[in-house]
Design a binder for this molecule. Sequence first.
Ligand SMILES: Nc1ncnc2c1ncn2[C@@H]1O[C@H](COP(=O)(O)OP(=O)(O)O)[C@@H](O)[C@H]1O
Ligand SMILES: [Mg+2]
Length: 592
Amino acid sequence: MRPNPHPELEVTQLNWRVVKMLWPYLLEFKSRIIFAIICLVLTKVASVYLPFILKDIVDTLDTQQDNRVFLVPFGLVAAYGMVRLTVVLFAEIRDTLFGRVTERAIRRVGLKVFRHLHQLDLDFHLNRQTGGLSRDIDRGNSGVSFLMRFMVFNIVPTLIEIVMVITILWVNYGIWFAVITGTSIISYIAYSIYATEWRTRYIRAANKADSSSNTRAIDSLLNYETVKYFTNENHEAQAYDEQLSHWEKAKTQNRLSLFALNAGQAIIISLSITAMLGLAAYQVTYEQMTLGDFVLINAFMMQLFIPLNFLGFVYREIKNSLANIENMFGLLLKNPKIQDKENAKELSIDKGGIQFNNISFAYHKDRQILKNISFSIGAGQKVAVVGDSGSGKSTLVKLLFRFYDVNQGSISVDGQDIDQITQHSLRKNIGIVPQDTVLFNDTLFSNVHYGNPKASKDEVLKAIDMAHLSEFISSLPDGYNTQVGERGLKLSGGEKQRVAIARTILKNPAILVFDEATSSLDSHSEQAILNAIKEIAENRTSLVIAHRLSTIIDADNIIVLRQGEIIEQGNHQALLAQQGYYQKMWKLQQSS
Ligand SMILES: Nc1ncnc2c1ncn2[C@@H]1O[C@H](COP(=O)(O)OP(=O)(O)O)[C@@H](O)[C@H]1O
Ligand SMILES: [Mg+2]
């Protein structure tokens, strides 16, 4: 299945399932959450109380006869300051308390997703862009963070506050104030949601233009060398500028739509404030209300509309967050195609004999890769597989590691079917020097150490020595602390292969697999490596896939693979005597 590059574009409904999925992660810090909620309630109560103090101050100032008695208004002003401080303080405490809960949830979810990704099969990873995957996780995490922050501490409390204020207005000043506030808030919310939905397409267009101009720039910079080889700097700049101009245009439209949203909101706010204050002014004039009441009503309106100002933004972001979180949790719902059987045992390894029993395999059902392959590798033997490129040699290795399950037949190690034992115990006992070695962006030393993280420094150095890496390393200014670059790109192919060999030596498995392990070496280093391989393969079962036949003449058995079928097998002498395909390949290689 093709990954959807813009998953948020498809989800248009608010998705409460996500909240349910997140819930368990919140329960880890129950007491923190309770305290945070208490702070939240205190903040709201205090902030609803604030306008009342303001009213008292104004009324005191207004009605006071003796101007020299400053004590009463001063007390009230001080109280106003105190309550205001309390509001801010409790809000801060609440955020601090809850921040920890959010971060812990993100940590738990992040780890869970990471572990799960490693559990998914190779096929999943080959079909999926790693960059896109990490963006999904990133977005999911910020979604969690945003949702927690705004859902719990913005939307819900604002709604509570609205209800409290409307009730207070109704009880203290009669139904009309409540009606005006209620209507204006409902129309405000309705308009915000409507306008936000409407302008979502402009935001998306702007985001899309943003990421495609980014992708263009990154792709161009990644291809730095190619750009230089073809002197296409101007061409690249033009292409980038074209993307940027799309972005510029989209941004302009986006801004205009934001203007429409904000203007509409401002009109609603102004109308309702005017109506409220008009009504209040009327009542003050006819002495049904004090000046303080007028100020109180004004303060309440401000207090309500300021958080509502963010409503459009918060609404949109929450929707996005829910979609992003769901997308991330969606990864968790993916089942790995390769799974341990319920009662899978540990592989009990003895000498490491391997048997391929009449296996057939296809990556896609319309293209058979391996057909009825049967052969065995006796314990301690060295068996080679040779054949043209694309004949299915590396596929055999992937099947042995159980990255895929065979369609037919079975593979067994020391008499145990590999689909009956745990993948972990299987892979732990096989070492491989792969065709293309990819390294971690770390030092040479750490990359070798990776073969067995528990090994001592001396053991690592010994493995480096056995893989004939020491000479190369001593020529480096930083020695084995040299950084190998992303994916090991700062090393030559041969050097990477030797790192892979050293790693495998350190892992010290019962079974060894070499997949064209010496293919990128010159004849001189190849000989050295072959000797090293011979040393470490002594007394171990080994499967050697080779391109150059001269490297496997000593094999106990040689399997000749052609288009997924075994066409010949035997040792070197026997195969030459057969005068078949092997002999032809041999002659061809000898003459070149
Ligand atoms: N993950 C995959 N999905 C589909 N086809 C694949 C995959 N990996 C390899 N193939 C195809 O399977 C065939 C055998 O590949 P491979 O075993 O790597 O050959 P080789 O003998 O050169 O090691 C090739 O034609 C290759 O294109
Ligand atoms: Mg291969």
